[in-house]
Design a protein around this ligand. Sequence first.
Ligand SMILES: *Cc1c(COP(=O)(O)O)cnc(C)c1O
Length: 366
Amino acid sequence: MIKFLDLKGITELYADELKQAANEVIDSGWYLQGKANERFETHYKEYIGTEHCIGVANGLDALIWIYRAYVEMGVMKPGDEVIVPANTYIASILAITENGLRPVLVEPRKDTLEIDDDLIEQAITSRTRSVLIVHLYGRCAYTEKIGALCKKYNLRLVEDNAQAHGCRYEGKRTGSLGDAAGHSFYPGKNLGAFGDAGAVTTSDEELARTVRALANYGSQKKYVFKYCGRNSRLDEIQAAILDVKLRHLDDDNRSRQQIARYYYENISNPLITMPQRLDDTNNVYHIFPVLCKDRDRLQQYLTDNGVQTLIHYPIPPHKQECYREWNEQSYPITEEIHQEELSIPISQVLTMEEAERIVALLNAFA
Ligand SMILES: *Cc1c(COP(=O)(O)O)cnc(C)c1O
C-alpha cells in the first residue's frame, strides 16, 4: 500500500537529531517560554524574512490572534469585512468569524485553485479592512495585483501560510509578503511538529507585541493583564523539534518538487487535469491536487490498486452546517473544485518507484 503520507517515515529521516532535541528539553527542567522557543522564533523569522515571530499553540490560533490584535489595536472593529477565498480550509474563515468580522468569500480560478485576483476589487466595500490570502496546497497565492489593491484601499494583507512553509515569491518567502501571516505546524504540514503548534510572523512591531500578549493570557508583564487573552503558547518540546526540522525544510521541499516535476511531466490521461504549473520556487507542494470529473470513481480505483488518496476538501465552507446562513449561496467554481479534487501522495519520503506506480495507474484509468 502506498500511504497518502508516511509520517513515521518522515520522522525516521531525522530521528536521532529529533530525539536529542526533545531530550535536551526534558533534561533542562524548563518547558514553556524558554530557550527553545527563543531559538526557534529567531530562526523562523530569519528564514521567513520578517522582524518578528511569535510561537503559538496552533495555526488556527495564529490567524485568530492576528485579527484579534487588529481589533484590539483599533484597526478593525466587529462587522468589518475580510476578503477570503471561498475554497479554503475552514480555519481561515473561523479566524475571521471568531473575531466578529465578516468573511466576504471570493471565488478561486479553476486553473490555479487560488483566489481570483480579478474578482477582488468588486468585492471591496467601505467596510473592507483586510484580504486574507491562502497559499493553498503549497502554491503561492500572492500576485502584484493583490498587493496593489491592498495598498490602494488601505487593506491589511494577511497570509494563511499553513500549507506553504518555504514557498517564495520573487525571492521573498510567503509569510513575509503581507502585513502578517499565520503558520500551522500541524504534524502533516511541510514543517510539522509532534502535536499542535503554530506561529505568527510580521514586521509590525505593535502587532507582534499584541499577538504575544493575547497568546499569553493578555499579559505583557507577569500578573498584569492588558487584554482578556487566552493560553495559546508554543511549548518547548515542539519548538525544539521544529528548530531541527526547519534546518531540513528546503531539502524536504526539494524532494517534493522532484516528485511534482515527475507528475507534471508524466501524467497524460485526458480525464485528469492538474493545476497550472508554477516555477518550483513558487510551489512547495504541500498537496498535489488533480481534478477529475469522475473523482469518486478515480479514488476508488486507486484504493483498489493500493494507493491511498485524500480529498481537500469534500465540502466547501459555505456549505457547512456551522455557516448555515450561507448554505443557499452559490460559488460554482468552488463547488466544482470540491467535487473534482483528489490529492495524490507526495512527500519527502515518497520514492520515485512509488511515484511511477501512481502515474502508471492514473494513466491507465478509463
Ligand atoms: C492546517 C491549516 C490551518 C490550521 O492549522 P492548525 O494548526 O490545524 O490549527 C489553517 N489554514 C490552513 C489552510 C490549513 O491547512
